[in-house]
Design a protein around this ligand. Structure first.
Ligand SMILES: Nc1nc2c(ncn2[C@@H]2O[C@H](COP(=O)(O)OP(=O)(O)OP(=O)(O)O)[C@@H](O)[C@H]2O)c(=O)[nH]1
Length: 316
């Protein structure tokens, strides 16, 4: 603990800093809330700083504190080696972060999916947990009150005492600041962990790979849940370009497990892959501030999720 936190002066403003992660079932609104909090268009700001093994999604800089939002993959029934590793990673993250935000959409009844996560979450006894009821713009006030009560009850059922229960609409920009207001006091006292203005410290290649992966999964997430990995083979400035007209060559491989998945990614007459490439290219250009030539190849790496050697190669 830093000496700052021991100082018995309640009137002096204490700077706090630490890590938070959002959990919740798919589509609960975690990414949207993250982006709203961070307040940037760079949707995927990932990083693996020395201080944590986890991917940084975004950093909220405030005068009173710095909130580093880290990513966890979804918890799910482990059927493969990758599934097991992901679940282990989730649990490790929950034990290491300073606060967990459990996102529950306001417009859907608390269900078995939520209860499964809540029961697992209850095991992370030492980490404070905040319940965040998202998408409040989609419901009327009465439904919202019912949902807040249901979330309270779910906590009681599994033995979680929520530090806070916060309704928020990231899309409607309602109470987003309040989420940070309530999370920051739960962080330990300490100086900022990252320089001001920094959104991520991930090497550009990994960020580019994530942008491509996101683009490739768009609309086909259900068909390709964890079956897609992206590896940037090469990222080099094109030679012989005038200084005012640079071009960055990015060559990436998209690995899927089965030929049927390859067909999904590529699409009819390659149309889908072309779209994926265009979208990912624009985002990489926005991210790096330079024109990009993006070259994508889809490869089948059979059963890569079950093969430790392949997993390592693909960065898991
Ligand atoms: N109306 C409304 N829609 C929202 C809000 N927040 C998120 N959404 C929508 O809900 C959907 C899911 O949001 P995401 O932020 O991608 O959810 P997620 O929890 O990150 O989903 P996964 O990445 O699948 O785990 C998207 O279509 C969002 O636009 C909100 O505050 N209001």
């Amino acid at each position: 603990m830093s000496p700052m936190s021991d100082r018995p002066n309640p009137s002096a403003p204490v700077h706090r800093s630490g890590f938070a992660c959002f959990v919740g079932r798919p589509n609960a609104g975690k990414s949207t809330l993250t982006n709203a909090l961070v307040g940037t268009k760079v949707a995927i700001t990932s990083g693996r700083p020395q201080t944590t093994r986890h991917t940084v999604r975004g950093i909220v800089h405030r005068p009173d504190g710095q909130l580093v939002l880290v990513d966890t993959p979804g918890l799910h029934k482990p059927r493969t080696l990758l599934g097991q590793r992901l679940n282990d990673l989730v649990r490790a993250t929950w034990a290491e972060v300073d606060v967990i935000g459990f996102c529950i959409p306001a417009d859907q009844k608390v269900g078995p999916g939520d209860r499964f996560i809540a029961a697992e979450l209850a095991e992370a006894k030492r980490t404070p947990k905040v319940a965040i009821v998202t998408k409040t713009d989609l419901v009327d006030p009465q439904t919202l009150v019912q949902q807040l009560l249901a979330v309270q009850k779910m906590g009681e059922d599994v033995g979680i005492e929520w530090a806070e229960i916060i309704p928020v609409s990231a899309v409607g920009d309602s109470q987003v600041t309040l989420v940070a207001d309530l999370l920051v006091p739960l962080l330990p006292a300490g100086p900022p962990l990252y320089p001001d203005g920094e959104l991520t410290d991930e090497p550009e290649m990994v960020m580019a790979a994530e942008l491509i992966r996101e683009a490739a999964l768009e609309g086909v997430r259900d068909e390709l849940p964890h079956s897609l990995a992206v590896v940037i083979e090469e990222m080099i400035p094109r030679e012989d370009r005038p200084a005012d007209k640079p071009l960055l060559d990015v060559h990436a491989n998209l690995y899927v497990e089965r030929p049927s998945q390859k067909a999904i990614v590529i699409g009819h007459k390659g149309g889908r892959l072309k779209d994926v490439g265009t979208r990912a290219r624009k985002q990489i250009e926005a991210l790096l501030g330079t024109p990009v030539y993006l070259d994508l190849h889809v490869k089948v790496a059979k059963d890569w999720q079950r093969d430790p050697k392949q997993l390592r190669k693909l960065g898991f």
